[in-house]
Design a protein around this ligand. Structure first.
Ligand code: HEC
Length: 176
């Protein structure tokens, strides 16, 4: 190997050693720390550090819709219930309890019906918004309920049905 080649190799080696050493020393002198969140937030880009918990969808109230609700549409909705419920005064309990005069009745109102603890443990009455929440999603309202019904996702359907249920009474409760 010629002297020139040796010099070049030595220069390259020295440069390498200096680069490594300075990187090492810089690492000791400066302690970079990672930010928990990026400082510049880009609209629409998910922050990996803070995953948003999926909030349960809010249930729209039926109260403001009841007075103008379509009773015929409500009666049509009630056909989804008659596989399990009767609606007539003094009607029998079937898979589910009789629902005559259900608006304003206490939870687990029917004599002789074997309710789940989920319904029995609810205090208070079936007022309009309790029925609204139950009918939107029985399992969300009362986890463990025996009522195997998926629920009515549309607030207009629930309002119509609840307005119809209100009429199934000798003395319908006042509208809200
Ligand atoms: C597959 C059968 C089934 C269908 C369909 C069904 N239900 Fe029920 N329902 C039940 C059962 C069973 C219970 C008792 C729930 C429990 O004890 O957990 C119940 C309970 C209820 C209660 C509570 C009554 C009380 O005395 O506390 C109401 C109100 C009710 N259902 C309304 C409805 C309406 C309105 C519909 C139609 C949109 C409907 N259900 C559809 C089976 C059904």
């Amino acid at each position: 190997m010629s002297l020139e080649t040796n010099k070049i190799a030595a220069a390259v080696l020295t440069a390498g050693v200096i680069a490594m050493t300075s990187g090492f020393i810089a690492g000791i002198l400066v302690h970079p720390h990672q930010l928990k969140e990026s400082v510049y937030k880009v609209e629409g880009v998910q922050q990996a550090a803070a995953p948003a918990a999926a909030a349960p969808p809010a249930i729209e109230p039926v109260g403001p819709l009841l007075a103008a609700a379509d009773l015929a549409a409500g009666e049509a909705q009630s056909k989804k219930c008659t596989a399990c419920h009767t609606f007539t005064q003094g009607g029998p309990n079937r898979v589910g309890p009789n629902l005559w005069d259900i608006v304003g009745a206490k939870h687990a109102h029917a004599e002789g019906f074997a309710y789940s603890d989920a319904i029995k443990s609810k205090s208070g009455n079936w007022d309009y918004e309790e029925l609204n929440h139950f009918l939107a999603s029985p399992r969300t309202y009362a986890p463990g309920t025996k009522m195997a019904f998926a629920g009515l996702p549309r607030v207009a359907d629930r309002a119509a049905l609840i307005a119809y249920l209100r009429t199934l009474s000798a003395s319908p409760k006042p509208l809200p």
